[in-house]
Design a protein around this ligand. Structure first.
Ligand code: HEC
Length: 401
């Protein structure tokens, strides 16, 4: 059984010292654990563990469309770095973090229509004990004379106060029937040593009080057993106090704290351990972009140089940033004027004057191709091979005008 409570015990000890109240009692750990468990149930504490969002953007976008989360949620990180990867929507809402909201347990709204899980409290602490979504010591519940089974004298209420339990009827003495119980005719007060106590104020069992002294350096009264000196208990930290808002951290006392999950679009530890942050921009490579020449954006504000093309190839011949064979002149727009019309004028229009217009030539494309490729036209002479190849290329490219 772990004695996880420090605050109630310290409060009790300080109060006892100043009020000269009787006893240095504290709640038993059994009571505290039960109260802690009950409060945790009542506050609906979320045990969801560290949620690292390692999914990629596509997965997050898919989440956006599932209807359970708002698509207004933080896109802030995308504006960072990716200045040139067009199509990125501008940031519309930046979700808060648990640390920023001062929350270290339970679930809070992220301010953008989503929710944040802020983790669980360390040992002995409960969520919302003193303030919403903040870990704290469970409240001390003072006992009563009846609950303690006492009927005379003064006893500790267990929370730093004292209780007067009345006097005994005539013929009985306080302590005659046992400590703080009426009965018999006489009562022998106990002593600090006999009771095994060495600090603070306590009942002598007969309606009086005993002062059992103070503790030595470094010790406090009653950290684990009432009126017994001991080393002060470790005070577990909280996620908020440690400035952490995701994942699991040490509570500084041998336990761990679950600090919750990050809001949409944020990753745990992106820039600092156990802190939600925008994931870093990962620059793309030439290969990933399918680029093999020229300069392209790396998607994070930088520029990639993807090299040069081999001989006979040019960059962007058919596709930007891809090496390819340049299109022949006969296939480019304007080739009718720059290439085909002069060809027909040279070789054909002396006999076919109609071939001086593009419309007429296009109307006879397949026959022209046939006559030239078979060598029947022009009759009586052989076309130079380059001219034959050139006009067949123009025809093969769909006779661009
Ligand atoms: C010296 C005159 C002459 C020249 C130059 C000439 N042609 Fe002809 N072309 C003819 C004659 C004559 C015919 C009809 C021949 C026949 O029908 O047997 C003909 C027929 C054609 C036909 C029709 C064939 C068919 O399918 O019925 C085409 C097409 C044609 N020429 C294309 C050309 C082209 C293209 C050139 C230029 C490269 C050209 N000709 C140069 C005289 C010429």
């Amino acid at each position: 059984m772990r004695f996880g409570i420090i605050r109630p015990v310290l409060v009790i000890w300080i109060a006892m010292a100043s009020l000269s109240a009787v006893g240095c009692g504290g709640q038993t750990t059994t009571e505290q654990d039960a109260a802690s468990a009950a409060l945790q149930r009542a506050t609906g504490q979320d045990d969801e563990s560290s949620g690292l969002s390692s999914g990629d953007d596509e997965e997050r976008d898919a989440d956006d469309s599932d209807g359970t989360r708002s698509n207004r949620r933080g896109r802030g990180h995308r504006a960072r770095g990716g200045g040139t990867d067009g199509g990125t929507p501008p940031p519309e809402c930046t979700p808060t973090t648990c640390a920023a909201a001062g929350a270290d347990c339970g679930t809070i709204p992220d301010g953008c229509g989503g929710t944040l899980s802020c983790g669980t409290c360390g040992a002995g602490l409960v969520c919302g004990a003193t303030a919403a979504n903040v870990c704290g010591a469970p409240p001390c519940v003072p006992t009563t004379c009846a609950a303690a089974g006492k009927d005379c004298g003064t006893i500790s209420d267990g929370c730093g106060g004292s209780l007067g339990c009345g006097t005994c009827p005539s013929g009985q003495v306080c302590g005659g029937g046992g400590p703080n119980l009426c009965g018999g005719t006489s009562c022998t007060p106990t002593t600090c040593a006999a009771a095994g106590k060495d600090c603070g104020m306590m009942s002598d069992g007969c309606g009086g009080t005993l002062s059992c002294g103070t503790c030595g350096a470094g010790l406090v009264c009653g950290p684990t057993v009432a009126n017994v000196c001991g080393a002060p208990l470790c005070v577990p930290t909280t996620c908020a106090a440690a400035g952490k808002d995701c994942g699991t951290i040490s509570d500084g006392c041998g336990g761990t704290l679950s600090c919750g999950t990050c809001g949409a679009g944020l990753d745990c530890g992106a820039s600092a351990a156990n802190v939600c942050g925008a994931p870093p921009c990962v620059p793309k490579t030439c290969t990933a972009l399918g680029a093999d020449c020229g300069s392209v954006s790396d998607g994070c504000g930088g520029t990639l140089s993807c090299g040069t093309c081999g001989s006979g190839q040019t960059c962007g011949a058919a596709t930007p940033n891809v090496c390819g064979s340049p299109l022949p002149a006969q296939c480019l727009p304007g080739a009718w004027t720059t290439y085909a019309k002069p060809f027909f004028t040279t070789y054909c229009t002396s006999c076919h004057s109609s071939f001086s217009t593009y419309a007429n030539v296009v109307g006879s494309l397949s026959r022209i191709q046939n006559e030239i490729s078979t060598g029947r036209m022009p009759p009586g002479r052989t076309l130079p091979q380059a001219d034959k190849d050139g006009i067949l290329t123009w025809l093969g490219c769909g006779a661009p005008q």
